[in-house]
Structure formats: C-alpha cells, structure tokens
Write a protein that binds this ligand. Structure first.
Ligand code: FAD
Ligand code: NA7
Length: 457
C-alpha cells in the first residue's frame, strides 16, 4: 500500500470505474493507496439505481435519480461496453443492442461484484463540504452519515468527484406557467408515461430527454406530443401524433402560445431543459463551473482540475460514450495518482485544455461530436494500459445509430450491432421495442414463446 489516501465521492458508474481501476492494479500485485468511497444513496449504480421517489430521498436529501421506469438504452450497448468485461461474459449469451435499464444495471454490477469494491464504499453518506488544507496539500471533507444522523470528517491526499451532472434540473420560467392547471414537471421527476395516457403533452427542449420522453409517452398511449425547441428541432421523421414546434412564448391557462403564432391547449407540460452542474459541497475555488458540453473548461485531459492538481473529476462531460469513457478517465486518474503520468506546467495544461475547447467549438453535427469524443478517448487510452478497443468502429456505430434515429425514431432500438470487445453479434430482441411493454430483466432474457410471436406480428 502506498502511504496516501484517496477519497471518491459517488458510487455511480464513474466512482465504480475509479474503484475498478485501482483494483486492476492491485491484482497485478502493485501497491495502491488507501481508498474510501462515499455514496449518498443506499446502493451503487448512480443513475442506474432506479428510484420511484421524486423530490427528496428517504433521509430528506435532494433526490439524485432522473431515470424512468421504462427507460431502454438510448444508444447501442456496443458503444458503452467495458473493454475488460463484455456483455457476453456477463450474460453468457448474445443479447440485443438496446437493453432496458435493469439489464444495464445488472451488467454494471456484474463487473464490480466480482471484486471487493463494496467494502470500500460507505453508503447513505453525503459529502457536505470540502476544504483544501494548503499547508498539508490535503482535503478535509465533511460528510453526513444519513442513517446515524451524524457528521464526521475525513482527510484525503487526492479527491475524486464522480457525482454526475444529470440530477439538478435546469428549469426556466415561461410567463403564465404558474397558472397552468395540469401537471408541470421536469424530466428529472418523470418516472413513467402511465400518467399521460390520453393526454396532450407539451415537452420543452429538443435533446435526449425530449426525444425519449416524447417517444415513451407516444408508446404508452398519450393522445399527442408536441416538442418545443429553442435552437434547433430534433428533426426526426415523427409519426402522426408527435410534432415539433418553435419555442413556447407564454401560457394562458392551459393554452400554450408559440413563437410561430400557433397556440394549443395541453394537459401536461414536461420541461426537458437539461441539468445544471451542481456541486454544492465544493468551495468556489475548487468547484467545476460548466454547462453541459463535451470539454468542460479547467479540466486537464477532461479529468484533472487545473487549479488544484489533486482534485479529479470523472464523467463531467456531455456523453456519447459513457461507461467505457469513465473507465478510460479512471485509468488515467489512477496512473496520475500513482505517479506514472507527470503533469506539464499549468501554462501547458491550459494550452492543452484550450486546444480541446477550440476543437469542440469547431464541431457542428452529431457525427462531429462523436468524432470529438472518440479522439478524446483515444488520447486517454494512449496514456494508460486500459485495454485498447477499436474506437473507429465504435464511432461508426454511433454514426449509424444517429442515422437510424433519423430514419425511424420508433424502431432504432430494434437494430443490432457487433461488439468490438469480443466480436459478439447482438441478437434481435424477441419483441419489437414499440410492442414490448414489460421492461423487466426476466422478460428481456426470456426465450420467445409461441404466444409472444403474436406480439411480433
Ligand atoms: P451518476 O450515475 O449520476 O452517479 C453519481 C453518484 O454520485 C450517484 O450515485 C449519487 O447518489 C452520488 N452523489 C451525488 N452527490 C453526492 C454527494 N454529495 N455525496 C455522496 N454521493 C453523491 N447513459 C447511457 O450510457 N445510456 C443511456 O441510455 C443513458 N440514459 C440516461 C437517461 C437519463 C434519464 C439520464 C439522466 C442519464 C442517462 N445516461 C445514459 C447517462 C448517465 O448519466 C450515465 O450512464 C452514468 O450514470 C453517469 O455516471 P456517473 O457516475 O458519472 O454519475
Ligand atoms: P441536454 O442534452 O443538456 O439538453 C437540454 C435541452 O434543453 C436542449 O435542447 C436545450 O436547448 C434545452 N433548453 C435549455 N434551456 C432552455 C430554455 N431556457 N428554453 C428552451 N429550451 C431550453 O439535456 P437532456 O436532459 O436532454 O439530456 C441529458 C442526459 O439525460 C443525456 O445524457 C440523456 O442520456 C439523458 P438548446 O439547444 O440549448 O437551445
């Protein structure tokens, strides 16, 4: 064991990647630092640890979860696969390319359950405040043990923040919304489309949440879905029953007025207006301040905080790649903490950050964004021993997925891709996504029966 201590805040996919990175080092017989991870929920998995709750959790903390019951992967699983743990290794059989939430959660847990990671995590414990002790070059972190209702502190030499950034709603105001008589919510509080059956639903925003919640509501029987965009429309070929409109200007009772002069009555409004990077436990000089983008400012290699080299952020980017990107970040952070990666001067780091930010600025299309994040991950892999995988092929799969969504937003989840990790070709799911109303792991892994074939017609 090396004689310093690493604190990890959050046991979502990013925090778990950090634990896994150290574990893989330990398995090689190499010394690793003392590690402690703190998670405010009662289980690991972050967003994938689904909760029915909204608002506050059991202990009165702002609720982290933004996932909904009927969520199925919104990108091909082959694009997020861990390079050191394939889906086939986990499930023992090929599965489809767009599994439901529970299946992905099971996969995330599979890798980490094989390790002692759980022993390093203190659950139901929230990070409240961080101080940097300049003289000692250490962090003092104040935590609340939510079960015992006790406050305590811990000292760390390195601090890893993996608290996610799709949890605190960005909720803009539209005149008259306060008098809207129906349901008004943010995507963060959306738990399922059931309550919108037979309703006319207005979604504000035009990114992943609007696209998917819109399609979910359509699938589960909403009367109509209108998606209102500020900058650009999603532009899919929508089925009858879903349409896009320019931005809402204001509401009068249940009527929404749009920029193009159109007005319409609605039963419910769902704000799909994104999230804030909210890190209330960090003081001003340590807090990452960013909007949702591919390369947040102040992060060297997207990971090391430029104003304090001992502070590490994982998963703070907007995400095409997810689990495998968190892994590459964690592997890089591990090697840096272990002293294998030496940092250039602050000026050189700033120049490197600026280079990436300028690259991001030059991107326009979804395909450009995919290429950007592919290049970013390629660079991280070149700096570590994370198992290399064919990133160009993954980028091609992302581009195919973008195309499939344009062609048919309702059946892109029925497409199949091939793993670059072990070459497994995904199987076609026994039931087309639009007809599959049971999202459970058991149903998903079930062999198709004759009765089920009826459903497939
Ligand atoms: P999170 O998963 O958000 O985990 C952060 C963890 O930190 C949480 O467990 C939280 O409780 C904990 N935490 C926060 N604050 C504190 C604190 N102060 N003290 C202690 N612990 C704290 N990705 C995909 O790949 N495919 C998808 O289909 C997909 N769908 C998504 C759908 C929705 C609705 C959302 C919101 C996200 C989706 N994502 C998807 C992206 C998702 O965010 C990532 O897959 C992944 O969960 C990010 O991991 P993370 O560990 O960085 O953050
Ligand atoms: P995103 O991807 O950050 O998108 C936010 C959307 O909200 C985007 O279309 C914005 O439009 C729109 N927005 C933001 N503020 C406003 C205001 N004031 N008025 C109108 N529209 C606004 O968030 P998502 O929730 O869609 O996705 C986040 C993650 O959750 C993602 O990884 C998914 O997997 C699930 P803009 O283009 O900025 O005009």
């Amino acid at each position: 064991m090396t004689n310093f201590k690493v604190g990890i805040i959050g046991a979502g996919p990013s925090g778990l990647a950090m634990l896994r990175a150290f574990e893989s080092e330990q398995k090689k017989g190499n010394p690793v630092p003392e590690i402690k991870c703190f998670e405010k929920q009662d289980n690991w998995g972050g967003m994938w640890n689904y909760t029915w709750r909204t608002g506050v959790g059991k202990y009165g903390e702002p609720l982290h979860g933004s996932m909904y019951k009927y969520l199925w992967s919104n990108g091909p699983k082959e694009c997020l696969e861990f390079a050191d743990y394939s889906f086939t290794e986990h499930f023992g059989q090929p599965i489809s390319s767009f599994p439901p939430r529970e299946v992905l959660f099971d996969y995330i847990q599979g890798r980490i359950k094989k390790s002692k990671a759980r022993d390093f995590i203190q659950f139901n414990t929230v990070a409240r405040w961080v101080d940097y002790l300049e003289d000692k070059k250490q962090f003092r972190v104040i935590f609340d043990d939510l079960v015992k209702n006790e406050t305590f502190e811990e000292i760390f030499d390195y601090l890893v923040v993996g608290t996610g950034h799709f949890s605190t709603p960005n909720l803009p105001y539209f005149k008259g919304i306060e008098n809207f008589p129906g349901a008004v919510m943010h995507a963060h509080d959306f738990r399922g489309a059931d309550q919108f059956i037979d309703q006319k639903v207005l979604l504000i925003g035009s990114s992943y949440s609007a696209e998917d919640i819109g399609v979910q509501c359509y699938k589960h029987g909403a009367k109509s879905i209108t998606i209102s965009y500020r900058t650009s429309s999603i532009g899919s070929k929508w089925p009858e029953g879903i349409k896009e409109k320019e931005l809402v200007t204001h509401f009068e009772g249940s009527t929404a007025f749009f920029k193009d002069g159109h007005s319409e009555d609605f039963d419910a409004v769902i704000f799909c207006t994104g999230y804030q990077h909210k890190l209330p436990f960090l003081p001003d000089n340590l807090r990452l301040k960013s909007k949702n983008c591919l390369y947040p400012n102040h992060l060297y290699k997207g990971v090391i905080f430029n104003d304090n080299e001992r502070l590490i952020y994982l998963g703070m980017q907007d995400q095409y790649y997810t689990f495998n990107m968190f892994d590459t970040q964690a592997w890089f952070a591990r090697d840096y903490i272990l002293g294998r990666v030496s940092l250039p001067s602050k000026e050189e780091r700033t120049a490197d950050i600026n280079k990436w930010m300028a690259y991001e600025k030059s991107t326009v299309t979804g395909a450009d964004h995919v290429d950007f994040q592919t290049d970013y991950i390629k660079e991280l892999i070149s700096l570590t021993d994370y198992p290399p995988f064919d990133l160009d092929k993954v980028a091609d799969m992302f581009k195919q997925w973008l195309h499939d969504k344009e062609v048919n937003i309702l059946n892109y989840r029925d497409q199949v891709f091939t793993s670059v990790v072990d070459g497994t070709e995904a199987s076609i799911h026994h039931t087309p996504w639009m007809k599959e109303m049971d999202d459970s792991l058991e149903r998903y892994l079930d062999e198709v029966t004759l009765d089920d074939e009826e459903l497939m017609k």
